[in-house]
Ligand binder design. Sequence first.
Ligand code: NAD
Ligand code: IPM
Ligand code: MN
Length: 347
Amino acid sequence: MKSYSIALIPGDGIGGDVTEAAWQVLVTVARHTGFTLTGTRFPWSCAFYKETGAMMPPDGIETLRRFDAILLGAVGWPAEVPDSVSLHGLLLPIRKAFVQYANIRPHRLLVGVDGPLRARNFDILCIRENTEGEYSGAGGRVHQGTADEVAVETSIFTRTGVERILRFGFERARARRGKLASVTKSNAQKYSMVFWDEITQKLSSEYPDVEVTSYHIDAMAARMVMAPDSLDVVVASNLFGDILTDLGAAIQGGLGFAASANINPDRTAPSMFEPVHGSAPDIADLRIANPIAAIWSGALMLEHLGETSAAQAIMGAIEKATARGIGTVPGKDKTEAITAAVLAALD
Ligand code: NAD
Ligand code: IPM
Ligand code: MN
């Protein structure tokens, strides 16, 4: 029997609830399908930071490297630990260390979910560059606290980094409906974004079967609201992709539905699966977090591991639950009830 070892990092706030929900569904589908999932839980979080002074132990990355995949809930508890500390101490280093350069975020309406838009028939795959760009962490502050203070945050775009994410996007577009939207802001940002546009152009000759269009980020934000059904694969830089995928979550009914996969396409290290949303401190104690985004992320994990029919079974079960109106209205159903409905639909 095939067996996979999974590192579970529930993290902060609703991260714990939604990761447990996803794990229950994953273990159940594995049993039905005939493979084993072994989970090892790591308590790395803001609470862990308060106890130990670090978000994960010094050998955290090496510990995670041994697993087949990582399932993460959410990181961040800004009331007690600054986000700049918690995210740069756990989530972002994992993405970088494991070269999870492709962050895949699907946006479509599940059966039974009413999004805020009139358009219902959209199916967008956002592919976000996940290791460099605006998240490079290069910069600094001088004359801190004075009237002359200057803060610099440098975006670093490398040819290797831009080419590989665009190539990944072209390949996905080729396997889907053959349309690629490349997102920049090259009318205002004349170095990195012009560079990105040039590489898009260069690669397009290798993919004559893919229809590629370049959009400015502002126009793309409007398009995702006004004409989401005109889009197929959307490739964007780290920050632009971050913003567009919360927008994508909104048009698919909310953050509780938006799944995400941080993929190392070369499989030289584990990939990580997590919902798009954060720790949601505003509802953290209410047990009303929608676990669907995390469960869907679990399905993306199984797909990555090659367990395609199990992944499809999860998606089918989610939509059986949402078709009955379970989990479709924010705050109406408890996390546990939504999870139970998905589990029941698996049987
Ligand atoms: P958030 O995504 O946590 O919450 C935004 C809004 O969406 C809130 O009103 C929240 O209640 C709601 N929401 C989010 N997930 C939900 C779910 N599953 N079900 C129902 N409602 C849901 O964003 P934020 O408030 O900006 O961030 C809170 C913390 O999480 C911060 O520390 C932030 O840095 C962190 N964060 C972490 C990740 C991650 O670990 N991947 C992602 C985003 C934000
Ligand atoms: C996400 C999150 C993270 C990001 C934050 C918490 C650093 O918003 O996964 O979308 O910007 O990548
Ligand atoms: Mn985000």
